[in-house]
Design a protein around this ligand. Sequence first.
Ligand code: HGY
Ligand code: MN
Ligand code: MN
Length: 414
Amino acid sequence: MAKQERIQQDIETLRRITEPCACGTQRPSYTPEYRLAIEYVKKRMKEFGLETREDNAGNLYGVLAGTQKDAPKIISGSHLDSVKCSGAYDGIAGVLCALEAARMIAESGAPLRHPLEVMGTIGEEGTRFGQALIGSQLVEGSWGEPQLDEFRGLEDGLTLRETMKAYGLPGSTTGVCRRDERVKAFIELHDEQGPILENAGISIGVVENIVAISWMHITVHGLASHPGTIPMSVRRDACVGACKLICAVTDYAREHYDGEATVTAGKLEVFPGNTNCIPSRCDFTIDIRTCNGAYRDDLVRFIREKKADVERACRVTIDVREGMRQAPTALDAKVQQCIEDACKKLGYSWRRMNSGAGHDAMIFARIWPTAMVFVQSHDGLTHHPDEYVPPEELAKGADVLYETFRMLDAQRDD
Ligand code: HGY
Ligand code: MN
Ligand code: MN
């Protein structure tokens, strides 16, 4: 079977492994559906001669032994969990293209010196716990035992530890952290999740920086009352307060940082949620992204200061909490150069670019030389059932990974 067909067959198989949802694929971490996906990827890894293991966090590894036992590892992969009503490529493409490159090496008869590990991380999206990049931060070591008791499922309220145990894991982080290991490079292939490559007719993105991200969790407290008896001038409407703050920060971002930063109110819940009741409470989130840390800090500042105006105008009180906070990440220049050289050797078009999406690579960059390869996203669609990467572009991504692994393997180790 040709490369394109093989990758596509896996994409379509994994697309269908989903929990019941309105549309698309929905595979939160530690669910029975997630377990099915892991077992499928594990099966494919074994077929290609990789030795598989899962760590206590639920991250999946497929290892292709190298000829030099003490050589540092080359690791490549992405995440296997998804957002709600997702497409079939976000994260998955990176695991499958790394697996295809590993297969190419295994079948070449010319093994690498360095061990090659294909990695499928768990918990990259914040879908289940409202905290993102869980599997990678447990490997990188900034998270550990405390987070297993601190994080609770948004829907079931179970702690991460209880959820891990119910999934069949020991419920501890023993052996997960790899920050002290010698790793030659970590490379993540991902669909661009934007329109730049396709619009330019370019196949490969060599990623230079990944955005800073802040997730603001905001609660507006008002007073539930009857909608027909309380005059507009004296009511304390929590939903109106939320809308005023959301519009203020989005207008500010558009006016001051258009093209440089983004702010998005992705979740909003109104309580008690009756048509005939003035809302007493409104919970919402603001996702802030920019490659400039100072712009991020200014937008967080704006929200914290603007809330006072809204409190006065709407006679409400507003709590603002910064949940996830990730710094902007510069990726490894030498590994980027390898990727660029691989594109030139293959004759594939490429360009340097930044990533507006967050990725596990932003975590691994803290401990390992890390870089990213982007492949085209049709119409820039992602976090959407119609997400699509042309099979020939995915196959090019696997080729670039293969050539990059070869180039890294030929380098002297530090
Ligand atoms: O949120 C992100 O940027 C990624 O999809 N986890
Ligand atoms: Mn995503
Ligand atoms: Mn992703």
